[in-house]
Design a protein around this ligand. Structure first.
Ligand SMILES: [Zn+2]
Ligand SMILES: [Zn+2]
Length: 172
């Protein structure tokens, strides 16, 4: 079975990361191995935007963990941006071997709502599956509910399922 390496860069609970790995493994039928990553995130901080440069982080994860024949996925808990957007939930190399995502804007308490562990977990799984889909060469999909539909707000993420539609799946 092919493999995805899920690299935890935040102070995530072991159980949280395990549940993500389990779900992703099931959705893609890949073995998912959990790794612990350590990076000085200060190197990626943009003091003007007070956010972290996702393109540079993605490149660094690829440099440190990228491996041919394997997908490497970095999970963070800091606010990510790319120059053309206010913020992003995640980023990946299209058809590449590496992706990243952050839980920073996925938790309800970011929006003044009561935090629900289950909601954060579901959103994170969807975001990881979405970015992984890009590494498998999938572009944004317009089929309602498909995990490859694009999401600007967490509400968009809540609208979709964690899995690929049959069109996207057929492209594997
Ligand atoms: Zn996308
Ligand atoms: Zn789709």
């Amino acid at each position: 079975m092919p493999q995805i390496n899920l690299i935890s860069f935040g102070q995530f609970e072991v159980d949280f990361v395990h549940k993500i790995a389990e779900s992703v493994s099931h959705d893609y039928n890949y073995k998912v191995a959990i790794r612990e990553g350590h990076l000085d995130l200060a190197d990626f901080f943009d003091p003007t935007r007070r956010q972290y440069n996702a393109n540079e982080l993605l490149k660094m994860v690829d440099t440190l963990f990228g491996d041919s024949g394997v997908k490497s996925f970095g999970l963070f808990n800091v606010d990510l941006f790319i120059p053309i957007l206010t913020y992003i939930f995640g980023q990946a190399f299209l058809g590449g071997r590496t992706g990243i995502a952050s839980t920073f804007r996925l938790s309800n308490d970011r929006y003044g709502l009561a935090n629900k562990k289950e909601t954060l977990l579901e959103r994170t799984i969807k975001e990881v599956n979405h970015e992984l889909g890009h590494t498998f060469g999938l572009v944004h999909c317009h089929v309602p509910g498909c995990v490859m539909t694009s999401s600007t707000y967490v509400e968009d993420i809540d609208q979709k399922k964690s899995t690929l539609c049959s069109n996207c799946r057929a492209q594997f």
